[in-house]
Design a binder for this molecule. Sequence first.
Ligand SMILES: O=P(O)(O)OC[C@H]1O[C@](O)(CO)[C@@H](O)[C@@H]1O
Length: 449
Amino acid sequence: MSAKVTFDYSAAKSFIADTEIEMIEKAIEGAKETLLSKTGAGNDFLGWIDLPVNYDKEEFARIKDAAKKIQSDSEVLLVIGIGGSYLGARAAVEFLRHSFYNSVSKEIRKTPEIYYVGNNISSTYISNLIEVIGDRNFSINIISKSGTTTEPAIAFRVFKKLLIEKYGKGEAAKRIYATTDKAKGALKNLATEEGYESFVVPDDIGGRFSVLTAVGLLPIAVSGADITKLMEGAAAMRERCLNQPFATNDSLHYAAIRNILLRKGKSIEILANYEPSLHYVSEWWKQLFGESEGKDKKGIFPAAVDLTTDLHSMGQFIQDGQRTMFETVINLETPSCEIYIEEEEVDLDGLNYLAGKSMDFINKSAMKGTLLAHTDGNVPNLIVNLPEQNEESLGELFYFFEFACGISGYLLGVNPFDQPGVESYKKNMFALLGKPGFEKQREELLKRL
Ligand SMILES: O=P(O)(O)OC[C@H]1O[C@](O)(CO)[C@@H](O)[C@@H]1O
């Protein structure tokens, strides 16, 4: 593998003194030591660190076989999951495959259409999806580590019924793939009872760090992307994250710089991309950093923009609004496709000055121009270079961010591997729904509504 994911903060040098980097290095080394010696908070959720080189090969082969079966007997795959139980898969499928994956002809796509459900509670969304499936053959990958999350559980009820009505109970069970805890939870019990093929979310890997487990790998494999190469990319980045000294360790530098900027009042990080295929990578990243760092009244708020699209909606604020943000640009170095601007005989639209230039040259010029403008507007810009739109690069990128997130969380002094704050809305929702055991809370909440 030649090209690598790299981190470049040269455009932000005017915001950061060399001494600040020297001063934070010790703390970063300390956080790394805590992470790797597994002595910090949340140390029972560190299975992701060695995952790219230490995964269950038997299960990996089963994932590939299941993907082949789904490809051969289904026109549609439903991925039912929420948060870390679908964002990584969606990020990978949208980045690695066709921009219009579900709409492009089957001859081009070659693999089943993939729809994500169970990530909201909208009856319109679910009803419309039922219409999209129509009378076509479909399979379900239900993904829930806890096996009890309300959103995917509800969607699963609806689509399981549809499957049983279509195929009968026996055949339906062969079209349901459950990715969940190895031993406990409602979904595990159901899978055992009904005989669904099951895949494991390891005990020591939390949802937002699970993209390289069966959680992400089965849907990604169904889409036709190469999961072996994805793991190889992650393994290559793991090697560098673990073994490179601070001076040449890009992931550690990213963690260091964002924390230096936070200490200067830059409490919002905007992840920016110039390729629509990266939209869900940003959604995945938002959960990774948001759930890991946003606690104990601390954290950097992770936001994201798709550019140049959002320069025409959010650009004004980034350039000129409250000065509390910095920007991390994912720079896809080499696009998969290229288009050249042609010369027109009569230059009515005034674009002949671009004749012979590639679309990517124009895109990169927009990126460089924006980077300088935002820097001038007091928004420090960091760059993560992503070599290509392929599995190796994406595997590297996933691991780069995961490692930086663990380090950054320890630097902040939080447990980056729990998410206690997510429970509050659930308790209120259960009380309002009348779930047994929540009677007292229900009374109190109803008084407030
Ligand atoms: O896989 P599960 O247990 O359904 O959880 C889904 C998501 O819900 C959370 O537990 C809370 O939002 C996330 O951490 C997780 O990714």
